[in-house]
Design a protein around this ligand. Structure first.
Ligand code: WTA
Length: 631
C-alpha cells in the first residue's frame, strides 16, 4: 500500500497509557489552546521555564509574518538546558549516554556536560567569537557536537551545523553564505568501520573560503591529519587550559539561536533562523507531551545532530526537560542489523524516535532479529521525516513495540522547529496519519482559493496561525522568507509548508509529500535544482533534470536525466563519474541512484523542465496535461 493511502485501521491506546499520560485528554487541552493561544503559551512559559526577566508581550503580531514571542523577556536556552539543573537532583543524572559505532561508551552527567560547555564557551570567547557571530559546526554524531552547539548558545553566538555527510563544496557554500569565521570539526567520523576524513574536507573548504579564519578540531578517529599553524587548533589542547567558570549570556528572547540550511526550490539552500525563547518553550513542551517524557525515561532520538530533528530532539529539548538522551554514532545495520536492538536492551531505552526509512531498512531483515532481544522497556515509539506506509507502521508496532507501544507519527519541518501535527499518547492512531495539530496548532488542507477540501480530496497543507518555534526568517533574506512561506495565502496570513495532504472524515490529516521541487530521500530534503546544478557543473553535461522515484526502503530515490556535450560518450563509466561528481559537490546522500542519457528533455515553451513528465514516463503513468509542452 502506498504511504498516502488512507488505512481504515484505528489503534486505541490502553487505559494505562491514557491514565498515566501528561495529557490524558487531547480535546480539552486543544480547545483551551485554540480559544486563547497567547494565554495558553503564557502559562506554559511561566510555569516550566526560568527567565532572567519576564516578557511584556507574549505574542507580537504587529509586523506579521515577522512574529515575535515572549517579547521583552531575557533568557538563554542554555540556562534552562543546563544551569538550572545544577541546583537539583538532575545535576547527577545522565544527560547524554553515548555509544560509538565500535561499541565505546561514555556517560555524561548534567554536571559534566555543563562543565564541558562552560570550558568550551571560554575557548570560543578566547578565540574571539562574540555575540551574533555564526560558528559553523561540521562533525559526526558525538557528544562534542552538542557541547559545541551549547557553548555557542551560551555566549550568544549562532551555530550553523552542517551535516557530516555533506561534501567540502556544500560545507564551503554554507560557510560563505553565513560569513562564518570559525569552524568546529573533527579529525574524522566513524562510518561503517571506516574513517570519514572530515578534517581533510574542512581544510579544502577553509582554503577556498573568504570568511573563515580559524578551525577547532576534536579528536575522534585519531588518524593523521594536517594542522595549519595559526589557523587550526586541537580542541583538547584548548580545553586543557580553559576555565570551567563561565557566565551564561543574558539574551533577549528573540535573540538568534541558530541557523540551519535546508533545501528549497532554487539551487541555493536557505538558512532557516530560530531564536532562543520561543524555540525553547515549544520544543521542550512538544517533547514532554508527545513522548510523555518522565524522569525515569531513557529517550533515544536516532537522528543526526546535523538535521533539525537532532537539534530539537537530541540536543535542546531533552536537556531542557532534564531527560537522559541516547546518542549513537553509527548506522542502524552496522556492524550488524541487530545493533539497534542491542542498544535498546543494553540501556533499557523506553522511547525510540526514528524515520520510516530506518524502520523499513530494519524490517527487511525480518522480525526474528528484534525477537532475540529484550525490548520490553520500550513504552512509546515515534516516526518522522516522511510519510510512514501502513506496512512499516504495523511492523514497527508489532515487532518493536510488542503491540503495546503507541507510535507518535510527527509531521514537522526545519522551519517549524518542533512537532506540528502529531498524536499524543492518549489519541487513537491510524497508521500513516500524523493525526491532528499539536494543541493550538491549526493545520488544514485547502484548495488554491483557500477553501477546506472535502474529506478524501487532495489539497495544500496550511498552518492557520503562529506558534512559538516558528522560523523567524531566512537569515539575510526577508524577501525570500515572505515569498516562500507566506505568499500563497497572503490575504489569510497562513503559513504554507509546501506539502500536499488529505483529510479524512474524522479530521485526521494524511500527508502525501512535497509540492515543490524538493525530493525527500530517506527523510533528507534535497532540492532537484541543487542536484541538477551539481550535474551541469561537470564538463560532460549540457543539461540535466532529476526526479524522485518511489523506493521500498528509502521512500524516494533520485534518478537523473542528462544531455551530454558533443564529443562525450554516454558510457556506464560516465554515469558512474557523474554520480561521484554529485557526491563531491553535495554529499553521498544526493547521489542519483541511476543516470540516464537522453537527447532532449521535456520543457515548457518558456524553457522550464517538466519533471513531472519524466516521472510519469518512468512510472508508466499517464503524463497528464501536455498543453504547455514545447515539443
Ligand atoms: C516531510 C524534518 C510525512 C514533509 C523534521 C516536510 C513528513 C519535510 C513527516 C520536512 C511525517 C516530515 N509524515 N511527511 N511525519 N515529517 N515530513 O525540514 O514533506 O528535513 O515538509 O524536517 O519532511 O523535512 P525537514
Amino acid at each position: 500500500m502506498a504511504a498516502n493511502e488512507m488505512s481504515g485501521d484505528v489503534y486505541y491506546p490502553s487505559e494505562d497509557i491514557v491514565n498515566n499520560a501528561h495529557i490524558p485528554d487531547y480535546d480539552s487541552v486543544n480547545d483551551k489552546a485554540v480559544a486563547d493561544l497567547t494565554g495558553f503559551w503564557d502559562e506554559i512559559a511561566k510555569e516550566n521555564f526560568e527567565w532572567y526577566a519576564p516578557w511584556h508581550t507574549t505574542l507580537d503580531d504587529s509586523n506579521a509574518p515577522f512574529y515575535k514571542w515572549f517579547v521583552g523577556a531575557e533568557t538563554n536556552i542554555v540556562h534552562n538546558a543546563l544551569d538550572r539543573h545544577m541546583h537539583t537532583a538532575t545535576r547527577n543524572k545522565a544527560a547524554i549516554i553515548f555509544e560509538g559505532e565500535g561499541g565505546d561508551e561514555r556517560i555524561i552527567t548534567y554536571h559534566q556536560l555543563n562543565r564541558l560547555v562552560c570550558k568550551f564557551s571560554n575557548v570560543l570567547r578566547d578565540q574571539g567569537v562574540v555575540k551574533g557571530d555564526v560558528v559553523t559546526i561540521y562533525m559526526g554524531n558525538i557528544p562534542e557536537t552538542a557541547v559545541a552547539m551549547l557553548a555557542c548558545a551560551k555566549i550568544g553566538a549562532m551555530h550553523s551545523v552542517v551535516f557530516g555527510g555533506f561534501s567540502s563544496e556544500a560545507l564551503l557554500g554554507r560557510i560563505e553564505d553565513s560569513k562564518s569565521k570559525m569552524l568546529i570539526t573533527c579529525d574524522g567520523a566513524w562510518r561503517r568501520g571506516k574513517i570519514v576524513d572530515l578534517k581533510a574536507m574542512a581544510t579544502v573548504a577553509a582554503e577556498k573560503s573568504t570568511s573563515l579564519e580559524k578551525m577547532i578540531v576534536v579528536q575522534r578517529t585519531n588518524h593523521d591529519v594536517e594542522m595549519k599553524d595559526g589557523r587550526d587548533f586541537w580542541y583538547h589542547d584548548l580545553m586543557a587550559d580553559a576555565s570551567d567558570k563561565s557566565e551564561t549570556a543574558r539574551l533577549s528572547s528573540e535573540d538568534n539561536l541558530f541557523i540551519l540550511y535546508t533545501s528549497g526550490t532554487t539551487g541555493r539552500p536557505k538558512a532557516i533562523l530560530h531564536t532562543h525563547g520561543g524555540y525553547m518553550v515549544y520544543t521542550a513542551t512538544t517533547l514532554k507531551w508527545v513522548f510523555d517524557l518522565k524522569d525515569e525515561d531513557v529517550w533515544w532520538c536516532a537522528a543526526d545532530p546535523g538535521w533539525i530533528t537532532g537539534h530539537s530532539y537530541i540536543v535542546y529539548s531533552p536537556l531542557v526537560n532534564g531527560a537522559t538522551s541516547i546518542m549513537y554514532e553509527g548506522t542502524p545495520d552496522y556492524p550488524t542489523p541487530e545493533r539497534w536492538w542491542q542498544l535498546v536492551q543494553k540501556y533499557g531505552i523506553t522511547i525510540l524516535y526514528t524515520s520510516p526509512t530506518a524502520i523499513r531498512g530494519l524490517m527487511k531483515y525480518g522480525s526474528e532479529l528484534p525477537k532475540k532481544y529484550d525490548l520490553s522497556s520500550l513504552r512509546l515509539l515515534g516516526s518522522v521525516g516522511e510519510p510512514i506506509n501502513p506496512a512499516a507502521w504495523k511492523w514497527y508496532y508489532e515487532h518493536v513495540g510488542n503491540s503495546k507501544a503507541p507510535i507518535m507519527d510527527t509531521w514537522w519541518q526545519t522551519e517549524t522547529g518542533g512537532f506540528m501535527m502529531t498524536p499524543l499518547p492518549s489519541v487513537p492512531l491510524k497508521p500513516g496519519s500524523a493525526t491532528r495539530g499539536f494543541p493550538g496548532i491549526l493545520p488544514d488542507v485547502v484548495d488554491k482559493d483557500g477553501n477546506s477540501v472535502k474529506p478524501g480530496e487532495e489539497g495544500t497543507l496550511v498552518i492557520k496561525g503562529p506558534w512559538p518555534s516558528m522560523l523567524r526568517t531566512i537569515y539575510g533574506d526577508d524577501e525570500r522568507y515572505l515569498k516562500q512561506y507566506w505568499s500563497e495565502f497572503k490575504e489569510q496570513g497562513w503559513y504554507c509548508p509546501s506539502d500536499s495532504a488529505k483529510k479524512d472524515e474524522d479530521g485526521y490529516i494524511w500527508v502525501i509529500g512535497r509540492q515543490d521541487d524538493v525530493i525527500n530521500v530517506a527523510g533528507h530534503r534535497l532540492g532537484t535544482a541543487e542536484i541538477e546544478s551539481a550535474l551541469v557543473s561537470h564538463p560532460a553535461v549540457a543539461e540535466a533534470a532529476v526526479v524522485g522515484l518511489p523506493d521500498d526502503v528509502k521512500g524516494t530515490i533520485v534518478k537523473a536525466f542528462c544531455i551530454v556535450n558533443q564529443g562525450n560518450e554516454t558510457t556506464p563509466e560516465l554515469g558512474e563519474a557523474l554520480r561521484a561528481h554529485v557526491g563531491k559537490e553535495i554529499g553521498a546522500i544526493a547521489k542519483p541512484a541511476s543516470v540516464a542519457f537522453v537527447d532532449s528533455l521535456p520543457k515548457t515553451r518558456s524553457g522550464k523542465i517538466m519533471r513531472r513528465v519524466l516521472k510519469a514516463q518512468e512510472l508508466g503513468e499517464d503524463v497528464g496535461d501536455l498543453s504547455t509542452l514545447a515539443d
